[in-house]
Ligand binder design. Structure first.
Ligand code: PXG
Length: 285
């Protein structure tokens, strides 16, 4: 059976789930989105994702034409209708169809789209052995331009960084902010472990406030390890004992090489391992 897509109040077969070519989501990347995970048929941290979706929409003057309980129901219904046990939900709100020209006031009908599907994870060997990443020259969006806290449909900044990373043979790429500090990767937040402390850039380094990042910060308390949200440089990355990335799609993935430097022992470290075990328990039980 064809995938059922939720679009504007109803579930329709994938082939019939269409939007206008005049939609400003397509014409200008004018809209917001979320990427969520489903574990055992339940959407993980749905409320947190919806809060971020509403915050993103608020920041771009986009009114979501539903309330939170309605969207909770719609997401759950879409997951159920497609029989997704372990998978991925993509939630998209576009500005809607308008006229040519930037003016969002010409768009009258924001489109709410929910896709519930399976997800292709990184191959297992990356989780076993760790990733190699490189710092790329594409800088993370300046917060005064398009704030990285907004999960907008315009992801070109990250896509360009991803291309640079892939050209260097890496599946993820490290982006710096306009000050040259470590920001995040193209679809993942970054953490370091150094001298039994967990370090991660603060939100005002110009990053997406990742839900998985928040979960890891909460789980670190169980390990009785302090988490410090402080500005980090590439030097801090190079001298770290461990490095890992977090994201709804990647979950927790170890990094063992950055810019050709071996991080720590060159193997996924013990703190990364302990956090991964806690994360598996939190998501799968
Ligand atoms: N930084 C950026 C720039 C992201 O886009 C994260 C960090 C991690 O945030 P969460 O809330 O997921 O822990 C993201 C999230 C996709 C996809 O479809 C992208 C993300 C997450 C899931 C799927 O490419 N990005």
């Amino acid at each position: 059976m064809s995938l059922q897509i939720w679009i504007n109040g109803k579930l329709v077969p994938k082939e019939d789930a269409t939007i206008s070519v005049y939609d400003h989501g397509l014409l200008y990347g004018d809209g917001v989105f979320e990427g969520l995970r489903v574990y055992n048929g339940k959407v993980f941290r749905l409320e947190d994702h919806l809060e971020r979706l509403w915050d993103s929409a608020q920041a771009i003057w986009l009114e979501i034409p539903m309330d939170v309980p309605e969207l909770v129901n719609a997401v759950n219904e879409t997951v159920r209708a497609n029989g997704i046990q372990d998978g991925y939900v993509r939630l998209v709100v576009t500005r809607g169809a308008g006229t040519l020209g930037l003016d969002p006031n010409k768009c009258s009908n924001p489109q709410v789209i929910i896709i519930a599907d399976h997800i292709t994870l990184y191959p297992d060997h990356f989780y076993q052995n760790g990733l190699e990443i490189v710092t790329v020259s594409t800088t993370r969006n300046h917060p005064a331009a398009l704030n990285p806290r907004i999960k907008s449909l315009n992801y070109l900044n990250n896509i360009l960084a991803k291309i640079e990373g892939m050209q260097a043979g890496c599946v993820e790429a490290l982006m710096l902010n306009h000050k040259g500090e470590v920001a995040e990767c193209t679809g993942d937040n970054i953490f370091l472990v150094h001298n039994q402390q967990i370090l991660t850039p603060p939100i005002d380094a110009g990053i997406l406030e990742g839900i998985t990042r928040q979960v890891v910060i909460e789980l670190a308390a169980k390990l009785k390890l302090p988490v410090r949200e402080i500005p980090l440089t590439r030097h801090d990355v190079y001298i770290a004992d461990e490095c890992f990335l977090t994201g709804s799609a990647a979950e927790i993935i170890p990094v063992v090489k950055v810019d050709s430097r071996t991080i720590g022992s060159g193997k996924p470290g013990p703190v990364t391992g302990d956090l991964t075990t806690l994360f598996r328990t939190a998501t799968r039980t």
